[in-house]
Design a protein around this ligand. Structure first.
Ligand code: ATP
Length: 276
């Protein structure tokens, strides 16, 4: 695309530090780009031409995104060894952070995270982009008051009336809408369902949704009308919003734009002391 040059960076400007974790394609390191910017560096282990294209597709998508609650791409090094360089969010994955901080985090902060993720998704909705993997493991914590939606590895653009038909089988069943499980149909409406599950994770202190079921049992439960129960600390008004995200019919679910509005209203109503 036109803005590609903007993201072409030189390896000389990157200092690689210790390992942060293992990604799907290879190790992720922390590092420094043009001191003092702290960055996360994604590497690609067995980078054949095919793998390289898939690895870089996530960065390609991210080049077009600019939002305060979406992980920011800093640059790409396309010559071997291929690297993707992103802004570093030093508090790491939201799921782990919630577990560590569970006795400190207030409901007001949890709902703030939900609203930030929702705004990021409303932004994607505006581009007809589906994320397909919304879960606390894919949200990073930049500061105690700011989270960033990441992991665009499964994201796709979809045409207005269209949907993305998934081919791979590495799918997060317990987060997925019934039409995604049954027909591998992914739309903004199925992202809304997943967002509801992600909010459930946040208010359940990062427990796994349906941890009491096998993957294979989930669809039968959903089809008989069973949904994730209200987490102990989830305000009833918020849970009723989740129930709408989990409408069986995709068309009956709210949009992210509507959800952001309702979430903000709920947050302000419950916790007038914070600015959302
Ligand atoms: P998967 O598809 O299996 O989730 P992945 O290839 O998307 O893997 P990530 O999960 O994004 O890789 O990264 C692996 C590890 O690196 C995770 O533990 C994550 O917390 C960490 N990490 C990735 N990006 C960043 C970042 N920008 N800031 C801080 N930590 C990061």
């Amino acid at each position: 695309g036109r803005g590609d040059y903007k993201y072409k960076i030189s390896r000389d400007d990157v200092d690689v530090g210790q390992i942060l974790g293992e990604g799907f394609f290879g190790e992720v390191h922390e590092g420094i780009y043009k001191s003092p910017t702290r960055v996360a560096i994604k590497t690609c282990k067995d980078c054949t031409a095919d793998v390289k294209e898939k690895f870089l597709s996530e960065a390609e998508l991210m080049k077009n995104l600019d939002h305060p609650h979406i992980v920011r791409l800093i640059g790409v090094i396309e010559v071997d060894p291929v690297w993707i360089v992103m802004e570093l969010y030093q508090h790491g994955e939201l799921g782990k952070y919630i577990i560590e901080q569970q006795y400190i985090l207030t409901n007001a902060t949890l709902i703030l995270y939900c609203l930030q993720i929702c705004k990021a998704l409303a932004y994607l909705e505006g581009f007809n982009m589906v994320h397909r993997d919304i879960a606390v493991r894919n949200v990073l914590v930049a500061s105690p008051e700011c989270v960033k939606l990441g992991d665009f590895g499964l994201s796709r653009y979809v045409d207005e009336q269209e949907y993305y038909k998934a081919s791979i089988s590495r799918l997060p069943i317990k987060w997925m809408a019934p039409e995604s499980i049954n027909f591998r149909r992914f739309t903004t409406a199925s992202d809304v369902w997943m967002f509801g599950v992600c909010v459930w994770e946040i208010f359940s202190m990062a427990q796994q949704p349906f941890f009491w079921l096998e993957n294979g049992q989930v669809i039968n439960q959903l089809e008989s009308g069973i949904r994730l129960p209200k987490p102990q600390h989830c305000p009833p008004t918020l849970y009723s919003l989740l129930s709408r995200c989990w409408a069986y019919e995709p068309h009956a679910r709210p949009s992210f734009c509507q959800l952001a509005c309702s979430l903000r209203y709920t947050a302000v109503y419950l916790y007038t002391c914070i600015s959302y």
